[in-house]
Design a protein around this ligand. Structure first.
Ligand code: URA
Length: 286
Protein backbone atom coordinates (compact mmCIF):
# COMPACT_ATOMS: atom_id res chain seq x y z
CA UNK A 1 0.00 0.00 0.00
CA UNK A 2 1.49 3.35 -0.91
CA UNK A 3 1.74 5.75 2.03
CA UNK A 4 -1.08 8.32 2.20
CA UNK A 5 -0.02 11.86 1.41
CA UNK A 6 -0.76 14.31 4.27
CA UNK A 7 -3.61 16.67 3.40
CA UNK A 8 -1.47 19.81 3.68
CA UNK A 9 1.05 18.39 1.21
CA UNK A 10 -1.73 17.27 -1.10
CA UNK A 11 -3.11 20.83 -1.11
CA UNK A 12 0.32 22.20 -1.92
CA UNK A 13 0.73 19.74 -4.79
CA UNK A 14 -2.72 20.65 -6.13
CA UNK A 15 -1.89 24.35 -5.93
CA UNK A 16 1.39 23.77 -7.72
CA UNK A 17 -0.32 21.72 -10.45
CA UNK A 18 -2.90 24.45 -10.95
CA UNK A 19 -0.05 26.93 -11.26
CA UNK A 20 1.58 24.80 -13.98
CA UNK A 21 -1.76 24.38 -15.66
CA UNK A 22 -2.15 28.15 -15.75
CA UNK A 23 1.22 28.27 -17.47
CA UNK A 24 -0.10 25.80 -20.02
CA UNK A 25 1.96 22.85 -18.76
CA UNK A 26 -0.06 19.67 -18.60
CA UNK A 27 2.45 16.89 -19.07
CA UNK A 28 4.95 15.91 -16.44
CA UNK A 29 7.78 13.49 -16.91
CA UNK A 30 9.42 11.36 -14.30
CA UNK A 31 13.18 11.79 -14.17
CA UNK A 32 14.94 8.75 -15.50
CA UNK A 33 17.72 7.26 -13.39
CA UNK A 34 21.05 8.28 -14.86
CA UNK A 35 19.36 10.87 -17.05
CA UNK A 36 21.74 13.21 -18.80
CA UNK A 37 22.35 16.55 -17.14
CA UNK A 38 20.35 19.53 -18.32
CA UNK A 39 23.35 21.38 -19.68
CA UNK A 40 23.18 22.91 -23.13
CA UNK A 41 26.02 20.65 -24.30
CA UNK A 42 23.63 17.72 -24.33
CA UNK A 43 21.40 19.07 -27.08
CA UNK A 44 23.08 17.30 -30.03
CA UNK A 45 23.00 14.00 -28.17
CA UNK A 46 19.34 14.51 -27.39
CA UNK A 47 18.67 15.42 -31.01
CA UNK A 48 20.42 12.32 -32.28
CA UNK A 49 18.54 10.27 -29.71
CA UNK A 50 15.24 11.67 -30.74
CA UNK A 51 15.84 11.40 -34.46
CA UNK A 52 16.47 7.69 -34.01
CA UNK A 53 13.24 5.77 -33.98
CA UNK A 54 14.85 3.07 -31.85
CA UNK A 55 15.57 5.62 -29.15
CA UNK A 56 12.01 6.87 -29.45
CA UNK A 57 10.68 3.37 -28.91
CA UNK A 58 12.86 3.01 -25.85
CA UNK A 59 11.70 6.29 -24.35
CA UNK A 60 9.23 5.56 -21.58
CA UNK A 61 5.77 7.01 -22.00
CA UNK A 62 5.30 10.26 -20.12
CA UNK A 63 3.55 10.03 -16.80
CA UNK A 64 0.44 12.11 -17.29
CA UNK A 65 -1.02 13.79 -14.25
CA UNK A 66 -4.63 14.79 -14.58
CA UNK A 67 -5.65 17.79 -12.58
CA UNK A 68 -9.36 17.54 -12.15
CA UNK A 69 -10.21 21.04 -10.93
CA UNK A 70 -10.10 23.39 -13.91
CA UNK A 71 -8.38 26.68 -13.15
CA UNK A 72 -10.13 29.99 -13.63
CA UNK A 73 -7.92 30.74 -16.63
CA UNK A 74 -8.61 27.36 -18.17
CA UNK A 75 -12.35 27.80 -17.82
CA UNK A 76 -12.05 31.20 -19.51
CA UNK A 77 -9.73 29.80 -22.19
CA UNK A 78 -12.17 27.05 -23.09
CA UNK A 79 -14.65 29.68 -24.10
CA UNK A 80 -12.29 31.40 -26.53
CA UNK A 81 -10.83 30.40 -29.86
CA UNK A 82 -7.13 29.52 -29.96
CA UNK A 83 -6.35 32.30 -32.34
CA UNK A 84 -8.03 35.67 -32.57
CA UNK A 85 -9.68 35.92 -36.00
CA UNK A 86 -7.89 38.10 -38.56
CA UNK A 87 -8.76 41.74 -38.14
CA UNK A 88 -9.22 41.55 -34.40
CA UNK A 89 -5.52 41.65 -33.64
CA UNK A 90 -4.05 44.42 -31.56
CA UNK A 91 -1.42 44.80 -34.22
CA UNK A 92 -3.83 45.43 -37.06
CA UNK A 93 -4.49 48.75 -35.34
CA UNK A 94 -0.82 49.59 -35.73
CA UNK A 95 0.05 52.13 -38.41
CA UNK A 96 2.43 50.64 -40.91
CA UNK A 97 5.65 52.62 -41.06
CA UNK A 98 6.49 53.43 -44.66
CA UNK A 99 9.83 52.12 -45.95
CA UNK A 100 10.61 50.70 -42.55
CA UNK A 101 14.05 49.28 -41.81
CA UNK A 102 15.70 47.67 -38.79
CA UNK A 103 17.96 50.73 -38.17
CA UNK A 104 14.86 52.96 -38.30
CA UNK A 105 13.11 50.81 -35.70
CA UNK A 106 16.18 50.90 -33.46
CA UNK A 107 16.33 54.67 -33.85
CA UNK A 108 12.63 54.97 -33.00
CA UNK A 109 13.17 52.91 -29.85
CA UNK A 110 16.02 55.25 -28.90
CA UNK A 111 16.90 55.54 -25.22
CA UNK A 112 13.49 54.08 -24.44
CA UNK A 113 11.72 55.00 -21.20
CA UNK A 114 8.24 54.01 -22.41
CA UNK A 115 7.77 51.35 -19.74
CA UNK A 116 9.13 50.63 -16.27
CA UNK A 117 11.60 48.00 -17.52
CA UNK A 118 14.00 50.74 -18.61
CA UNK A 119 14.79 51.46 -14.95
CA UNK A 120 16.78 48.25 -14.47
CA UNK A 121 18.24 48.13 -17.97
CA UNK A 122 21.93 47.92 -18.63
CA UNK A 123 21.71 47.37 -22.40
CA UNK A 124 18.64 47.27 -24.58
CA UNK A 125 18.46 43.99 -26.52
CA UNK A 126 17.11 44.75 -29.98
CA UNK A 127 17.74 41.53 -31.93
CA UNK A 128 20.49 39.66 -33.69
CA UNK A 129 21.06 37.87 -36.97
CA UNK A 130 20.15 38.32 -40.60
CA UNK A 131 17.76 41.08 -41.57
CA UNK A 132 16.76 38.85 -44.52
CA UNK A 133 16.26 35.67 -42.51
CA UNK A 134 13.63 33.18 -43.62
CA UNK A 135 13.34 32.08 -40.01
CA UNK A 136 12.77 34.28 -36.95
CA UNK A 137 12.89 33.04 -33.36
CA UNK A 138 10.99 35.11 -30.81
CA UNK A 139 11.79 34.71 -27.11
CA UNK A 140 10.41 36.38 -24.02
CA UNK A 141 12.84 39.00 -22.79
CA UNK A 142 16.53 39.44 -22.03
CA UNK A 143 18.11 37.78 -19.01
CA UNK A 144 21.22 38.90 -17.13
CA UNK A 145 23.73 37.84 -19.81
CA UNK A 146 21.69 39.42 -22.59
CA UNK A 147 21.26 42.63 -20.59
CA UNK A 148 25.04 42.77 -20.06
CA UNK A 149 25.93 42.12 -23.72
CA UNK A 150 22.99 43.74 -25.51
CA UNK A 151 22.43 40.54 -27.51
CA UNK A 152 19.55 38.05 -27.34
CA UNK A 153 19.97 34.45 -26.19
CA UNK A 154 23.63 34.46 -25.19
CA UNK A 155 23.26 32.85 -21.73
CA UNK A 156 22.67 29.19 -20.92
CA UNK A 157 19.31 29.06 -22.68
CA UNK A 158 20.91 30.90 -25.58
CA UNK A 159 23.64 28.30 -25.91
CA UNK A 160 20.96 25.64 -26.15
CA UNK A 161 19.09 27.68 -28.76
CA UNK A 162 22.33 28.01 -30.77
CA UNK A 163 22.74 24.23 -30.67
CA UNK A 164 19.16 23.78 -31.81
CA UNK A 165 19.74 26.15 -34.73
CA UNK A 166 22.95 24.33 -35.68
CA UNK A 167 21.23 20.95 -35.43
CA UNK A 168 18.77 22.33 -38.01
CA UNK A 169 21.68 22.80 -40.42
CA UNK A 170 21.81 26.57 -39.88
CA UNK A 171 23.98 29.07 -38.06
CA UNK A 172 22.88 31.92 -35.84
CA UNK A 173 23.80 34.42 -38.55
CA UNK A 174 21.30 32.75 -40.93
CA UNK A 175 18.29 33.40 -38.67
CA UNK A 176 16.99 36.38 -36.72
CA UNK A 177 16.56 36.18 -32.95
CA UNK A 178 14.61 38.69 -30.89
CA UNK A 179 12.31 39.00 -27.90
CA UNK A 180 8.88 40.30 -26.99
CA UNK A 181 10.38 42.88 -24.61
CA UNK A 182 13.73 44.53 -25.21
CA UNK A 183 14.73 45.26 -21.64
CA UNK A 184 15.39 42.75 -18.89
CA UNK A 185 12.51 42.23 -16.47
CA UNK A 186 13.71 42.38 -12.83
CA UNK A 187 14.73 38.98 -11.46
CA UNK A 188 13.84 37.55 -14.89
CA UNK A 189 10.14 37.71 -14.05
CA UNK A 190 7.57 37.34 -16.82
CA UNK A 191 6.99 40.63 -18.64
CA UNK A 192 3.79 42.31 -17.51
CA UNK A 193 0.92 43.05 -19.91
CA UNK A 194 1.63 46.81 -20.07
CA UNK A 195 5.31 46.12 -20.85
CA UNK A 196 4.37 43.64 -23.58
CA UNK A 197 1.85 46.04 -25.03
CA UNK A 198 4.33 48.91 -25.07
CA UNK A 199 7.22 46.96 -26.58
CA UNK A 200 5.58 44.51 -28.97
CA UNK A 201 4.76 46.99 -31.76
CA UNK A 202 8.53 47.23 -32.30
CA UNK A 203 8.72 43.44 -32.53
CA UNK A 204 5.93 43.53 -35.09
CA UNK A 205 7.80 46.09 -37.15
CA UNK A 206 10.95 43.95 -36.97
CA UNK A 207 9.07 40.90 -38.23
CA UNK A 208 7.39 42.91 -40.98
CA UNK A 209 10.74 44.29 -42.17
CA UNK A 210 12.48 40.90 -42.11
CA UNK A 211 9.44 39.22 -43.66
CA UNK A 212 10.42 35.66 -42.74
CA UNK A 213 8.65 32.61 -44.07
CA UNK A 214 8.51 31.03 -40.62
CA UNK A 215 8.32 32.38 -37.07
CA UNK A 216 9.11 30.16 -34.11
CA UNK A 217 7.71 31.36 -30.80
CA UNK A 218 9.87 30.20 -27.93
CA UNK A 219 7.55 29.77 -24.98
CA UNK A 220 4.24 31.10 -23.81
CA UNK A 221 4.98 34.83 -23.74
CA UNK A 222 6.00 34.97 -27.39
CA UNK A 223 3.16 32.70 -28.50
CA UNK A 224 0.49 34.49 -26.47
CA UNK A 225 1.72 37.89 -27.64
CA UNK A 226 1.87 37.14 -31.34
CA UNK A 227 -1.25 35.00 -31.44
CA UNK A 228 -3.16 37.32 -29.10
CA UNK A 229 -4.48 34.45 -27.05
CA UNK A 230 -4.54 33.46 -23.41
CA UNK A 231 -4.50 29.77 -24.18
CA UNK A 232 -1.67 27.75 -22.71
CA UNK A 233 1.04 27.08 -25.27
CA UNK A 234 0.89 23.31 -24.73
CA UNK A 235 -2.55 23.32 -26.38
CA UNK A 236 -1.21 24.41 -29.77
CA UNK A 237 2.52 23.73 -29.47
CA UNK A 238 3.88 22.16 -32.63
CA UNK A 239 0.84 23.12 -34.70
CA UNK A 240 1.20 25.43 -37.65
CA UNK A 241 -0.65 28.74 -37.39
CA UNK A 242 -1.22 31.22 -40.16
CA UNK A 243 0.05 34.57 -38.89
CA UNK A 244 -0.14 37.74 -40.94
CA UNK A 245 0.53 35.79 -44.12
CA UNK A 246 3.34 33.78 -42.59
CA UNK A 247 3.68 30.42 -40.89
CA UNK A 248 4.10 30.42 -37.15
CA UNK A 249 4.79 27.57 -34.79
CA UNK A 250 5.10 27.70 -31.01
CA UNK A 251 7.41 25.47 -29.07
CA UNK A 252 8.88 25.30 -25.58
CA UNK A 253 11.38 27.91 -24.44
CA UNK A 254 15.01 26.66 -24.23
CA UNK A 255 15.06 27.69 -20.55
CA UNK A 256 12.19 25.24 -20.00
CA UNK A 257 14.25 22.55 -21.73
CA UNK A 258 17.15 23.19 -19.38
CA UNK A 259 14.85 22.31 -16.51
CA UNK A 260 12.97 19.60 -18.40
CA UNK A 261 15.41 17.84 -20.75
CA UNK A 262 12.83 15.16 -21.52
CA UNK A 263 10.88 17.75 -23.51
CA UNK A 264 13.75 18.15 -25.99
CA UNK A 265 12.26 15.43 -28.18
CA UNK A 266 9.00 17.39 -28.55
CA UNK A 267 10.89 20.55 -29.47
CA UNK A 268 13.03 18.67 -31.95
CA UNK A 269 9.89 17.32 -33.62
CA UNK A 270 8.55 20.91 -33.85
CA UNK A 271 11.83 22.07 -35.36
CA UNK A 272 11.75 19.22 -37.86
CA UNK A 273 8.45 20.64 -39.10
CA UNK A 274 10.17 24.00 -39.56
CA UNK A 275 13.03 22.29 -41.40
CA UNK A 276 10.58 20.56 -43.75
CA UNK A 277 8.85 23.87 -44.42
CA UNK A 278 12.15 25.60 -45.20
CA UNK A 279 13.60 22.51 -46.92
CA UNK A 280 16.55 22.36 -44.55
CA UNK A 281 18.78 19.34 -44.10
CA UNK A 282 19.87 18.51 -40.54
CA UNK A 283 23.51 19.00 -39.70
CA UNK A 284 25.62 16.00 -40.71
CA UNK A 285 27.14 13.96 -37.88
CA UNK A 286 30.88 14.71 -37.66
N1 URA B 1 15.36 34.19 -22.65
C1 URA B 1 14.67 34.90 -23.56
O1 URA B 1 13.46 34.76 -23.67
N2 URA B 1 15.33 35.75 -24.31
C2 URA B 1 16.64 35.93 -24.23
O2 URA B 1 17.18 36.74 -24.98
C3 URA B 1 17.34 35.18 -23.28
C4 URA B 1 16.70 34.31 -22.50
Amino acid sequence: MPEAIPESLQQKIEERLRYYQDLGIRLFYRDRVGQESSSAENWPAAVEDMSSSIAQQLTPAPAKINVTTPSRTEAAERAMPVITPPGASLFDEMDKVKDDTLPKILEDIGECTRCKLHKGRNKLVFGDGSGKARLVFVGEGPGADEDAQGLPFVGRAGKLLTQMIEAMGLQRKDVYICNVVKCRPPENRTPEPDEVQTCSPFLLRQIDVINPKVIVCLGAVAAKTLLQTNRGVSQYRGEWQEWRGRRLIATYHPAYLLRNPNAKGEVWRDLQKVMAELRLQPRKKS
